[in-house]
Design a protein around this ligand. Structure first.
Ligand code: EPU
Length: 340
């Protein structure tokens, strides 16, 4: 299928921060074959390009002198089943939350802790989305992607994706090289609820649930998210705006001497992860704004567009928050979203 490009295409409704900006060239991709054909036909040669999913993890800084490809590849199916697991494949353009809800309805639980995360299936592995004690990489069996240099369709198993905290090969060595077209999930038949995240455990006990069903875990996750995180349909935001910084145990101990109540979480590799939301709140940014951009009143890690903000307003607040956190704690926060 030939790709139809549109010129000066508005991106404001295609990013959840609702920032204005136009793409010099824009197209929707509805199949892997279409993308292969486009690359092999030279349609991206010499072009700056950007692969867009649900737009829930980007900052549109203004007009974009590039080709933006919006991944709209549909489809979801059970592709295999063995004694241990179901293998479920979904097209990159499927809405993430609807896909999670569908797997539960079909009786293939395992993704319920990741309910209500905005975005698409194809974007989920890029930054290895995670919440409430689970990261998506743990559930991915493999994925398919088109190499945007050669136009070949390649398959990555979980190992090859190099998943880490909010990170994967697609943000590192393979950044801007592959467009994920489909993801296959491995969902174990022996389901066990993951309730190690304190907020989720509390929510379950406040509901008086001891041995939850998958749908009950999903409902609890949805309730917590709705309490703490703004709905992008109502107020522009991109979820957590900064990563939780990971520091050495020694560094963490030093910080705790002056900040004994600082939330910190030991990591498997011996480091400590610190709650960036807490650091930002301590710097006075919770519910505080500069012009139309601020940090959310119920979760200081979430940057919000209260209406009419430009990308430059966002980047100004980012610089101020980072400066304040460095001055007070000596920690340089890293942004989660990608700047376009
Ligand atoms: N905290 C504060 N003040 C705040 C926000 C948080 O003191 O304004 C404290 C909380 O009291 C808690 C700790 O910080 O002790 C952690 O807060 P929370 O449980 O809300 O989680 P988070 O670390 O801020 C991370 C993810 C979220 C994910 C939640 C739940 C990152 C960058 N963020 O947030 O992911 O939903 O855990 O697992 O890792 C996202 O990436 O877009 C996202 C929403």
């Amino acid at each position: 299928m030939p790709t139809v490009f549109q010129k000066d295409y508005p991106l404001d409704t295609l990013n959840t921060l609702r920032l204005p900006g136009r793409a010099r060239r824009f197209a929707e991709i509805v199949s892997a074959g279409q993308l292969v054909e486009l690359v092999r036909g030279g349609g991206l040669t010499g072009e700056r390009f950007f692969v867009l999913g649900g737009g829930s993890n980007i900052v549109v800084s203004g007009d974009v002198d590039a080709t933006v490809l919006r991944m709209c590849i549909p489809g979801r199916e059970l592709v295999a089943s063995d004694d241990d697991a179901h293998y479920v494949r979904a097209g990159a353009g499927e809405n993430w939350h609807e896909f999670v809800a569908w797997t539960l309805e079909m009786g293939w639980p395992g993704l319920e802790n990741l309910a209500l995360i905005p975005g698409t299936v194809g974007a989920a592995p890029i930054q290895n989305i995670g919440a409430y004690g689970l990261e998506v990489g743990e559930c991915i069996h493999s994925l398919e992607a088109v190499d945007l240099r050669s136009g070949t369709l390649v398959s990555f198993d979980r190992e090859a994706c190099c998943f880490a905290y909010r990170d994967s090969i697609f943000k590192q060595d393979a950044a801007n090289r592959f467009a994920v077209t489909a993801v296959t999930f491995r969902l174990p038949k022996r389901w066990l609820p993951i309730l190690r995240y304190a907020d989720l455990a509390r929510e379950m006990s406040s509901r008086g649930i001891v041995a939850p069903r998958p749908a009950q875990v999903m409902e609890a996750v949805i309730a917590i998210r709705q309490r703490k995180l703004p709905d992008p349909a109502v107020i522009g935001n991109a979820g957590s705006f900064f990563k939780n910084p990971v520091v050495s145990v020694e560094r963490c101990k030093k910080l705790l001497e002056f900040n004994p109540d600082m939330p910190h979480y030991p990591q498997p590799d011996g480091h400590e992860k610190i709650a960036a939301g807490w650091l930002i709140e301590k710097c006075g940014w919770k519910g505080h704004a500069d012009g139309p951009v601020g940090m959310y009143e119920h979760q200081a890690l979430v940057l919000v567009n209260m209406g009419g903000a430009l990308g430059t307003d966002v980047l100004r607040v980012v610089a101020s928050v980072r400066r304040d956190v460095v001055e007070r704690f000596g920690i340089a926060l890293e942004m989660e979203p990608v700047v376009l």
